[in-house]
Design a protein around this ligand. Structure first.
Ligand SMILES: [Cu+2]
Length: 164
């Protein structure tokens, strides 16, 4: 997997570190922090998932579906397939986090980027399928987005809505 920082220099590394300031971390740890910093839940074992939700990533660009309803504290496996011809990503996070990632990745240029996968973020090659198993919070909503160049601003975003 390509590591984008080696090509783009130290400036972006600095921006990534900014996402991990103590204030941001404290905000993420608290449910109902307000604004765009809501609780997003946490990674879980696939064996604990109550069901599988299929998500498709297309070159339009968009997610299908762009709204995923879940029950409070439900654990779900998201099976994420790229039906397009170019790289897309599925990045789960609250609104502040999506905004931050958007700023960071748009600052890296206009070429497709193979970002490192994490428990809540996968880069998906054309034709490939990746999975994320996640326990959603008790209430609220969690956003997902693709921050490959241009996609998020063209509407490649969606929301997991938690309701009873
Ligand atoms: Cu995309």
């Amino acid at each position: 997997m390509l590591w984008p920082f080696s090509k783009t220099g130290g400036n972006h590394m600095h921006r990534w570190k900014r996402a991990l300031t103590p204030l941001a971390a404290a905000c993420l740890a608290l449910a109902g922090c307000g604004g765009g910093g809501g609780d997003i839940g946490k990674a879980a074992d696939k064996a604990k998932a109550a069901r599988v939700v299929e998500v498709r990533l297309s070159d339009q660009p968009k997610f299908e579906p762009s709204l995923i309803p879940v029950k409070p504290s439900e654990t779900v496996t998201l099976r994420i397939t790229n039906t397009g011809k170019r790289i897309h990503e599925f990045h789960l996070g609250n609104q502040d986090d999506q905004k931050e990632r958007q700023e960071d990745m748009q600052g890296m240029g206009s070429n497709p980027m193979n970002m490192p996968d994490t428990a809540r973020s996968v880069t998906v090659d054309p034709g490939a399928t990746e999975e994320i198993t996640w326990t959603f919070p008790k209430k609220g909503a969690v956003q997902y987005g693709c921050h490959q160049p241009g996609d998020y601003d063209k509407g490649m975003k969606g929301e997991v809505k938690v309701s009873a």
